[in-house]
Design a binder for this molecule. Structure first.
Ligand SMILES: *Cc1c(COP(=O)(O)O)cnc(C)c1O
Length: 396
């Protein structure tokens, strides 16, 4: 490609998805062309090469979370991993109980499988969160019942970046003999994750939030102490030890492995840099009156900043930023209906404030100059919208 004629907005939506790191792409490319084998073909070199590449990625992912390679099952992403974990456990443990605990601020890829299970007769508890987005451990403790089979609490929130206390939750689950699943789509390779010390039994991950390709993820399923039972949700050729049929996509799997490996190797440095960028952005934006940080100020993803702006229209704010920064709003548009984010409402934000919120997702390739440029545009846009509103009220 040659140079682009017009300047494109700065990409600040890394909680939605990330670009593929060039190093990840380079690792993937040979598996599209030179090494096209099916990892399940055990009668020739092409199959063996592909199988070796898959094995290497599986090991990299297992190592990153202190699991063993046999506990890693490749899926199409975190949505599928969440579905397999939640529905798979529900189906396998139905004789033991029908009660599942989750949280109001979970991603829809957890909430919707839970609602589906409710329609089948399962009992769901949706825990509220505190104003900082963290769950109250005493409320979790009180929610356990004798028939609780599963607790699903995300590692890092995709809208506000808040990090839930996984080790404490894991300990409570163990004490109450319920399995612990965590959706770590936003957390993998960004924060330390250890399925042993955190007593995690199932963990969903995805590549495209951590500079890997879209369409690939994995589910960790504990094999010992306890050995988690899971009912397959896809039936076919019996790949992934019968738990997830379908030809393994070698290039994507190689990409996931490489992305996790890189994220882990550069974790400390990168998170420090992202944290500084986030603070740089917040320091400038918070010179405005009537701005509120959403989520716990420290216990959060380094690159994620979610801010509510009083006295402005959310859609107008997005429009004002559009040419400068690609960011995300605190509302979801589905079929022409704009609904405030369920996460911000769960924090206790009013619908109007929730609607006037922006998620800034800073990533690996953003520069300090870009952060300053976005901050200036945010300040200018908010001031312009507020003064036009003042003018409106003066004339009416
Ligand atoms: C992105 C995301 C998902 C969905 O992951 P896919 O791989 O796109 O299916 C699930 N949970 C969280 C927290 C996410 O951020």
């Amino acid at each position: 490609m040659t140079s682009t004629p017009t300047k494109r907005p700065i990409y600040l939506d890394h909680q939605a998805t990330t670009p593929v790191d060039q190093r990840v792409l380079a690792a993937m490319l040979p598996y599209f062309t030179d090494h096209p084998g099916n990892p399940a073909s055990n009668s020739h070199l092409y199959g063996w090469e592909a199988e070796a590449a898959v094995k290497q990625a599986r090991t990299a992912i297992a190592t990153a979370i202190q699991a063993t390679p046999a506990e890693i099952y490749f899926t199409s992403g975190a949505t599928e991993a969440n579905n397999l974990a939640i529905k798979g456990v529900a189906e396998a443990y139905i004789q033991r109980g029908k009660h599942i605990i989750t949280v109001q601020t979970e991603h829809n890829a957890v909430l919707e499988p839970c609602r589906y299970l409710e329609s089948l007769g399962f009992d769901l508890t949706y825990l509220p969160v505190q104003p900082d987005g963290l769950i109250d451990l005493q409320e979790l403790e009180a929610a356990f019942r004798r028939d609780t089979i599963l607790v699903s609490v995300m590692a890092a929130n995709n809208e506000i970046g808040v990090l839930q206390p996984l080790a404490e939750i894991g300990a409570l689950c163990r004490r109450h003999e319920a399995l612990f699943h965590t959706d770590a789509a936003q957390a993998i390779a960004k924060i330390p994750l250890n399925v042993q010390t955190m007593q995690i039994d199932l963990m969903s991950i995805t590549a495209h939030k951590v500079y890997g390709p879209k369409g690939i993820g994995a589910l960790y399923v504990r094999r010992r102490h306890p050995r988690v039972q899971l009912a397959a949700q896809l039936h076919g050729g019996g790949q992934e030890r019968g738990l997830r049929s379908g030809t393994l996509p070698t290039p994507q799997i190689v990409g996931l492995g490489k992305a996790v490996e890189l994220g882990l190797a550069e974790q400390a440095l990168e998170q420090h840099r992202l944290s500084e960028s986030r603070q740089r952005l917040w320091q400038q934006i918070s010179t405005l009156e009537g701005v509120y940080l959403n989520g716990h100020p420290e216990q959060r993803l380094a690159g994620c900043l979610n801010v509510s702006f009083e006295g402005v229209d959310g859609a107008a704010l997005l429009l004002g930023l559009q040419s400068i920064a690609a960011v995300s709003s605190g509302s979801a548009c589905s079929s022409a209906r704009v609904t405030p984010s369920h996460v911000l409402l769960a924090l206790g934000r009013s619908p109007s404030l929730a609607q006037a919120s922006i998620r800034f997702g800073i990533g690996r390739f953003n520069t300090a100059a870009e952060i300053d440029q976005v901050a200036q545009q945010v300040i200018a846009t908010v001031q312009a919208l507020r003064s036009s509103r003042v003018a409106e009220t003066l004339y009416h």
